[in-house]
Design a protein around this ligand. Structure first.
Ligand code: SF4
Length: 214
């Protein structure tokens, strides 16, 4: 039987920059492709996420390629310090990782062993066992089908998406992250003011950008 291959834009060892696990060493698996933007600049204006700051097109990034589940697990293993007693912390991201993720791949990573975190836009419900940490980043204008998890991280502001409308969902942590771009300073101020007004929310900053790491 032909083995499934996963299209991976990049696979690298770094520090998680955002959200609850900010500051934590992690192996990032960035899957190629997303269902909310083609990744082509000529389509950006029409995309659900016209603010997207991620290159998820193709398999030509650092450590990118087309891997079987076993090959991907071995790549992840090879990046983690061999003498570390901590389980490998893997962040499955994209693009949209749920377009490709399977139980087979999660099982291969768990066997390393690894602690598995996923960052998803929430448009596809997660029906896979063994994921240790679910981060959902809802997008205005896109359906939200994954309505529970550990962390809800909302890029703010997004026209037509009031954070308050998400507060009833089943997440442990609620983060607002200022939208990057020319309005970053204003957005940072808006995030601070919103969190002060509704303390259910915490501020998430993209610290990897300040550190100059991927
Ligand atoms: S869901 Fe994420 S990766 Fe996909 S287009 Fe939106 S911001 Fe970019």
């Amino acid at each position: 039987m032909k083995r499934k291959r996963y299209s991976v834009k990049e696979l690298f060892y770094t520090i998680q920059g955002e959200g609850f696990h900010a500051g934590r060493p992690a192996v990032f698996c960035r899957f190629a492709g997303c269902n909310l933007w083609s990744g082509c600049e000529e389509d950006r204006a029409e995309a659900v996420c016209s603010f997207c700051d991620t290159d998820f097109v193709g398999i030509d990034g650092l450590g990118g390629g087309r891997y079987t589940a076993e090959e991907m697990a071995q790549q992840v293993r090879s990046l983690w310090p061999a003498d570390a007693s901590e389980p490998i912390f893997v962040v499955l991201t994209g693009g949209e990782p749920m377009l490709q993720l399977t139980q087979e791949l999660v099982d291969a990573l768990k066997a390393l062993p690894a602690e598995i975190s996923i960052e998803t836009n929430g448009t596809i419900a997660i029906d896979i066992e063994g994921i240790d940490w679910i981060t959902v980043s809802p997008k205005a204008g896109a359906p939200l089908r994954q309505r529970s998890g550990n962390e809800l991280k909302l890029v703010y502001p997004q026209e037509g998406l009031d954070p308050q409308s998400l507060e009833h969902l089943a997440f442990e942590h609620y983060y607002l992250q200022p939208m990057d771009g020319p309005e970053l300073k204003r957005n940072m101020h808006m995030v601070v003011e919103y969190c002060k007004r509704r303390p259910k929310w915490k501020v998430s900053l993209q610290t990897h950008k300040w550190m100059g790491i991927p």
